[in-house]
Design a protein around this ligand. Sequence first.
Ligand code: GLU
Length: 470
Amino acid sequence: MAAPVRVRFAPSPTGHLHVGGARTALFNWLFARHHRGAFVLRIEDTDSSRSTDENIVAIVDALGWLGLDWDEGPPTAGYRQTERFAIYREHAQRLLTAGRAYYCDCPPELLDRERAAAQQRKETFRYSGRCRDRGLTAGALRLRIPTEGATVVNDLIHGSVTFEHSQLDDWILVRTDGTPTYNFCVVVDDVTMRITHVIRGDDHLSNTPKQILCYEALDYAVPEFAHVSLIMGKDHSRLSKRHGATSVQAFRDAGIPPDALVNYLARLGWSHGDQEVFSRAELVELFDIKNVATSAAVFDSTKLEWLSQHYLKTMEGPKLAELAEPFVRAAGLAPPEDRARFIRMLDTLRERAKTLVELVEQGRFYFERPTAYEPKAAHKLLTVEGARRLGLMTERLEAASEFTVAGIEPIVRALTEELGLKLVDLAQLARLAVTGRTASPPIFDVLALIGRDESLARLRRAREVAERSA
Ligand code: GLU
């Protein structure tokens, strides 16, 4: 039986989690869950000048929000590269002892000159191998790579990609100051964490032959590789801030439900027929790394919003309430204490909103009395006649035996007939009075949810305004 699947997501905490990284994390997570393997989170923080603890917190937070739980990783110690220097040193020593690595004392000026000369010849710079057989005992530690032949990366997405050794060089494992290089840390981490499949962005494809040569030098089995294409903006350039929101945090703040973002990211470069909507369980069941596209995926915010709207429309009421509550509070409002009533309010709003921010904005009137009326509608409706109608509506509704849709709708309908009007005439007036706007969920639902006292207070207030302006 094959070894159990172990994959990892290895962000560098030099910024927040962006959609590209989130998708890489998601593909790893789906692969692990599909194969009932382990998902490891490793923090690649060796670049101490750009890594911050604040970014680690933000990344961990974003992964948690997306529901991508890891089986191993922080806060357990040993999953940050800065905690692992002894392990890198030990592996460097092994390579040195086995003759697979050697010290090089070429001064930086010499290497710079050689680099400049290569540039002039329009070649990529490769270290000459000058120190290979000098038997030095100090300096930068370089990997001795075979001078002939080639290394083939058998990528699960891209197929085989061949790299001639004549195009590679004896790269540095440990710098003169004793710090291990990025490629070396990644290899040592992946072997010691027993990673079976390396799924990462295809900007790392060119590092892979170097890393494979290091696995071989350490006499370790080489894992499988899958390099996922980059995400582009609509203009087909690499997705960046210019294209609008790109961090997971920004989508969370915009009120995209996490399941919608997960669904969207899964479909970004991966497909299963032409199905667009997937539950998490379906994604886990159907995800196959082989179905990930080789070409770059284009980020389409319209489609993300479409999915967001779909999730808002279809998720369970209590779940929607849980997601909406922080947005209500962030808008400086408070949801009603009666949870069932809050859920019914959200039910009247969920059809129309693309995000939770929009949903709360459209439903503001449920949580606070309108402070203003739409000017055009106020001018048209809050007139002498409007005041009279509002007065009558208030009077009749006060007498309603119960303030439910069934209790109030017949009363307003009867008044409509009595006044020789259309229902819309009174409905628009009531809507403006109660919500301050001319568009809202069905007015009788709104009145019932706002409740007797508050609805009547708002109708009275509108009547006063109408009288005053007349
Ligand atoms: N730390 C690297 C990055 O954030 C990932 C390296 C890898 O997955 O091997 O791009």
